[in-house]
Ligand binder design. Structure first.
Ligand SMILES: C[S@@+](CC[C@H](N)C(=O)[O-])C[C@H]1O[C@@H](n2cnc3c(N)ncnc32)[C@H](O)[C@@H]1O
Length: 247
């Protein structure tokens, strides 16, 4: 595995502390227009991706969303016990407002909000039926440590679902980088009216993100079995990993 210092603070396995702190600042700056830019840059397919993840969750399950951000996925999830984890107090504040409002309408149980990183989850072993990461895995400081912690808090037979920008292989990654460097940047610039908008950092994390094979291998080393991945749409820019903690 390469060292995080090989790519200006980023590499496929992780992000160094200083770079990650700056990345968090940039992610927080996206909050006011997060959903709008996401929708435009995925050509409206983000909703379908969220629905796809939600279909893998059954009613009554105990679910943890890691990297919940402003609550874009969590507010849509019905019929589950839910915990939302994010290292950013700012993100959690917005998430709580949105998710509590949605759950109140549906008379659903209260959500647990946890300010923490994936690499150190303050929850006891074998707690969750599902752990989901939507567009957050790419931002983990230490991907293997995060996968180990998620494995620890999953119940035996529990499943991790990751949905993120996809890199099926290096060739596909070149198309992804072109997409991030052109269309995404234009959209973000138009919406934010800021030439230094925070989506420049999305392009950086994608550039250093690993391939499907790379993360599948780490998942297997951690103990997940099976660990499967596929692009969500043919030639699409998003992928979905499913990794199960054996019984
Ligand atoms: C792009 S947002 C994703 C928001 C949301 N999950 C969604 O469905 O759109 C990425 C989130 O990951 C969080 N994050 C960054 N590093 C993390 C880490 N090491 N552990 C957990 N979450 C992290 C960020 O604070 C941010 O809120």
């Amino acid at each position: 595995m390469t060292s995080p210092s090989n790519g200006n603070g980023f590499d496929a396995a992780g992000i160094d502390e200083q770079t990650w702190t700056e990345l968090e600042k940039q992610l927080e700056a996206t909050i006011p227009v997060y959903d709008r830019v996401n929708r435009l840059m995925t050509l409206g397919t983000d909703r379908g991706m969220r629905r796809h993840v939600a279909k893998l969750i059954e009613p009554g399950m105990n679910v943890l969303e890691v990297g919940c951000g402003p609550g874009s996925f969590a507010e849509t999830l019905r019929g589950t016990e839910l915990s939302c984890l994010d290292p950013s107090a700012e993100m959690l504040k917005v998430c709580k407002k949105r998710v509590d409002a949605a759950r109140e309408i549906h008379s659903e149980s209260q959500v647990k909000y946890i300010e923490a990183i994936a690499e150190n989850i303050p929850i006891e072993d074998n707690t969750f039926d599902r752990v989901v990461c939507l567009f957050s895995f790419r931002d983990f400081k230490d991907k293997k440590k995060g996968l180990q912690e998620i494995y620890r808090v999953l119940k035996p037979g529990g499943m991790l679902v990751i949905c993120d920008a996809g890199k099926a292989n290096w060739l596909h990654g070149i198309f992804g980088r072109l997409w991030m460097a052109t269309y995404v940047q234009i959209v973000a610039r138009i919406v934010t009216r800021d030439p230094k908008h925070p989506w420049k950092w999305l392009a950086k994390t994608y550039t250093h993100y690993g391939t499907h094979k790379f993360y599948k291998q780490i998942m297997k080393e951690v103990g997940y079995n099976p660990a499967k991945v596929r692009l969500l749409l043919p030639l699409g820019m998003a992928s979905r990993f499913i990794a199960v903690k054996p019984e």
